[in-house]
Design a protein around this ligand. Structure first.
Ligand code: AKG
Length: 248
């Protein structure tokens, strides 16, 4: 498991903000779970935090619904942004989404209090499309991805404030490592191989403070705000989607 993997000698770290259980997992998810540290400048981080604070402050933190994926959080879905924030979100869109992907509007904003955390979950294909991209503000945190069938296969992402993470399916050009070789040129090409998909084969979670380690490094958790852009589920048109749950 990832928790004991913290001490496992076999755990690999490539580069400084991604570590995984084996070279195979790191290589398989290389393009499917990406972190871009320092994506935001300090001024951009400040712009987003300042804009979000009044809206978030009006809401109460929620705790302990037995089946809830998140503990100690408040949230908002935000459609109207200042011009400065819109420019940041456009940079996220350009960095994380392909031109053909339609983004879900509004943007989801999640505020985890210092003891708050997100339990392991696999995103529902009903509410989330192929790609999610999240900006982290205020506190560092660790996102852990664990294979749903092979719990020994895991990846951890160090999410510093100002970083962007992107979870997406492997590119169309990749092929399943199970098959071990590319499909024959005459075979129909899959849009993407689900094997190795960080979105659907792996659960993801944000670790609670007591478990917040990146390898041997303690990552103390404070209040964390994430600004999450999601693509529209396959085959769905804007406006057709119901209210997505806090962690979809
Ligand atoms: O807060 C985050 O960055 C993660 C959110 C999440 O797990 C989700 O939207 O499915």
């Amino acid at each position: 498991m990832a928790g004991s993997g913290r001490l496992a000698l076999g755990a690999l770290q490539v580069p400084g903000w991604v570590r995984g259980s084996s070279p195979a997992v790191l290589s398989r998810l290389r393009d499917a779970a990406v972190v871009r540290p320092g994506f935001l400048s300090a001024a951009e981080e400040e712009t987003l935090s300042r804009e979000l604070e009044p809206e978030l402050r009006r809401r109460r933190y929620e705790y302990d619904h037995w089946d809830a994926a998140i503990h100690g959080f408040r949230e908002t879905e935000k459609s109207r942004w200042s011009e400065a924030s819109r420019a940041i979100l456009q940079r996220v869109q350009a960095a994380a989404f392909s031109p053909g992907q339609t983004l879900l509007s509004p943007v989801h904003v999640l505020d985890l209090e210092p003891r708050g955390y997100i339990k392991p979950h696999v995103d529902s294909i009903k509410f989330c499309g192929a790609t999610i991209a999240g900006l982290s503000l205020l506190s560092p945190s660790v996102m852990r991805l664990v294979h749903t069938q092979e719990p020994g296969e895991w990846l951890e992402l160090l999410l510093e404030p100002g970083s962007l993470y992107i979870l997406s399916p492997p590119s169309r050009h990749e092929h399943s490592p199970v098959a071990g070789r590319p499909p024959h040129p005459t075979q129909p090409q899959p849009v993407f191989s689900c094997r190795g998909s960080a979105r659907y084969d792996f659960s993801h979670e944000i670790l609670r403070d007591e478990e917040s380690f990146f390898g041997a490094r303690r990552v103390p958790r404070g209040r964390r705000i994430s600004v999450i852009c999601r693509s529209l589920p396959e085959g769905m048109r804007p406006g057709e989607l119901g209210q997505p749950p806090p962690a979809c």
